[in-house]
Design a binder for this molecule. Structure first.
Ligand SMILES: [Ca+2]
Length: 97
């Protein structure tokens, strides 16, 4: 009887772990990770589109490409076309996806 309880307990722990891991993985896929930012990246090749960059790389992107910041943290937007217009020069895209 005790042996069966031990096995059940181990199985329960395993399922709980898998569930927790699955949740974390899903969040990692849909939300920007800490230290990262979605930006509207201006590219000559494929047109402006949304990319994710590490925070330290953001200033250079804004300076060199004329990129602007996307307010959303939804990683599902990555690769989508975007409008890099920043009429008020606050580095935030005027037109958000
Ligand atoms: Ca703006």
């Amino acid at each position: 009887m005790w042996r069966l309880m031990g096995v059940l307990l181990a199985l329960t722990a395993l399922v709980a772990l898998a569930t927790l891991h699955g949740t974390g993985y899903a969040q990692g896929n849909t939300q920007t990770r800490e230290g990262k930012q979605l930006i509207c990246h201006v590219s000559d090749d494929v047109g402006a589109h949304i990319i994710e960059v590490a925070d330290p790389a953001v200033p250079k992107h804004l300076e060199l490409h004329g990129d602007c910041l996307i307010n959303s943290t939804n990683r599902a937007l990555i690769g989508d076309p975007c409008d890099p217009t920043d009429g008020n020069n606050n580095d935030i895209c005027d037109i958000q996806p």
